[in-house]
Design a binder for this molecule. Structure first.
Ligand SMILES: [Zn+2]
Length: 198
């Protein structure tokens, strides 16, 4: 059976800004272009307010985009000394070993759900003695808790010692020069034409 609930509207907003950065390490001021693409969604119940939903999805996407362009940063080191700035280091840490964080959370959630659903399942397996059921239930939940804590703990230990500033200097400089120019150079070129040349 097909049940019509309404229309789902999705709008994609793209935008770019120039970020000006002053290097923590050498004080050099540089500029790079940051671009983002975000989606806004809105639902029109049984298609009654299609126009409003379309507008809503579009303004949601625009608001999210403006917010993101304001506070986001890309991993673009200083073109003069190759140094990644503090917010970039924080971002690189967050992105590192993300699978471990997701898996740790997933296993933890699985353990919690056993404690939650366990009592319901408990009465379902007649062939097992109550002691074995309890042992299996709590054993699995404890095992999940230990695996989850281990994954999250190991990830935390690894990323706390990690910084992208440990990458080879020539690689950092090469990346920086492919993405950034000095603020002075940027302002000079922005005077003659708008935007980045690359
Ligand atoms: Zn620098």
């Amino acid at each position: 059976m097909f049940l019509y609930l309404g229309n789902d509207f999705t709008t994609t907003a793209n935008g770019a800004v120039v970020k000006f950065v002053q290097c923590d390490q050498c004080g050099h001021e540089y500029a790079y272009e940051l671009s983002r693409s975000v989606q806004g969604r809105a639902f029109s119940v049984v298609g009654l307010h299609n126009r409003e939903a379309a507008d809503r999805s579009s303004s949601k996407a625009q608001n999210r985009l403006q917010e993101l362009l304001k506070r986001a940063c890309d991993l673009v080191p200083c073109p003069q000394c190759g140094w990644y700035q503090e917010p970039m280091v924080a971002r690189a840490k967050r992105r590192r070993l993300r699978w471990m964080r997701e898996l740790g959370r997933g296993v933890g959630f699985f353990g919690l759900s056993i404690l939650f659903w366990g009592p319901l399942v408990y009465f379902g397996f007649d062939r097992m003695t109550p002691g074995i059921k309890l042992l299996l239930g709590f054993g699995t939940a404890c095992g999940a808790a230990i695996i989850s804590a281990a994954l999250l703990g190991i990830r935390h230990a690894i990323i706390s010692g990690f910084t992208p500033n440990d990458e080879p200097l020539d690689q950092r400089i090469a990346l920086a020069r492919s993405r950034a120019v000095s603020k002075e150079e940027y302002l000079k070129s922005a005077g003659s034409h708008s935007g980045f040349a690359f």
